[in-house]
Design a protein around this ligand. Structure first.
Ligand code: PKZ
Length: 214
């Protein structure tokens, strides 16, 4: 059993490592202005990597179509690493190369976190794209629900963009589940840079109905 867990952790390390590299590849593609020959060579390398992965592609089944952890029971998460809850998430998943490098952890009843957005996620000059900010709040507020012992689908998410959220600087993340009323989960969150709020969010999430609710 212990051996199996060690093997699983090793496999996960490899999956996370290749996804981190792929994220860095996306950043380099997005930001470099390489000469034609360099681009042609890079294309060949990428095609070779694609060819080696293609035989292992799984489509339309299990973990390949959900972001939630399938290798942990329920909504598995670690207090000091809430990204474990959704390893395949496009927003925070360490096994998804399009996700920015977000860290989220539990601090009592609250979620705290940190992220640095590369220009992959740029919107206005030197700033993070507003849609990306909304996506991160969706995830962050969802995690506030998860640590409160609930989970729900996003019903309504409202963002107030107070000032530009900068690229390439540490952004502090914070969220809390303020109250639950029946199946409705009410959350709030903020992004801060050097202690100053750049954007805040309010979310209403709806827990799916069960027999207990009728
Ligand atoms: C344990 C199992 C976990 C499963 C949970 C998986 C979570 C896992 C972890 C996190 C993962 C997160 C990832 C990121 C979060 C997404 O990204 S979720 C994706 C985006 N959201 C969606 O796709 C949701 C689409 N909408 C729906 O499926 C349904 O409309 C909903 C939200 C489930 C509600 O449907 P419903 O259960 O039939 O609700 P309904 O009975 O009509 O209404 C119940 C109450 O909620 C209110 N309400 C309904 N919809 C809304 C709304 N959109 N806005 C405001 N109020 C609403 C109603 O007015 C009603 O209020 P009352 O009359 O009781 O006062």
């Amino acid at each position: 059993m212990e051996f199996q867990q060690e093997e699983a952790a090793k496999d996960r390390d490899l999956v996370e490592a290749v996804n981190r590299e792929a994220g860095e590849l996306i950043r380099l593609l997005r930001c470099s202005q390489a000469p034609d020959q360099v681009l042609a060579t890079a294309t060949e390398h990428i095609q070779a990597a694609m060819k080696s992965l293609a035989p292992y592609l799984r489509q339309g089944e299990g973990w390949s179509t959900i972001s939630i952890a399938s290798d942990t029971p329920g909504l598995g998460w670690l207090e000091d690493d809430l990204t474990r809850c959704m390893p395949y998430s496009p927003v925070s998943g360490t096994c998804n190369p399009v996700a920015p490098p977000i860290r989220m952890w539990r601090d009592g009843d609250e979620v705290r976190g940190e992220v640095v957005f590369s220009p992959t996620y740029a919107g206005p000059p030197n700033s993070v794209h507003g849609g990306i900010i909304a996506a991160v709040f969706d995830e962050l507020l969802s995690m506030a629900n998860v640590i409160s012992g609930n989970a729900g689908f996003t019903g309504t998410l409202s963002i107030r963009y107070q000032r530009h959220t900068p690229l390439d600087r540490p952004i502090e993340l914070w969220a809390v589940n303020e109250r639950t009323s029946g199946r409705k989960l009410f959350c709030r969150g903020e992004m801060r840079v050097d202690g100053q709020v750049t954007a805040s969010a309010e979310g209403l999430f709806i827990r799916p109905a069960t027999q207990m609710d009728s």
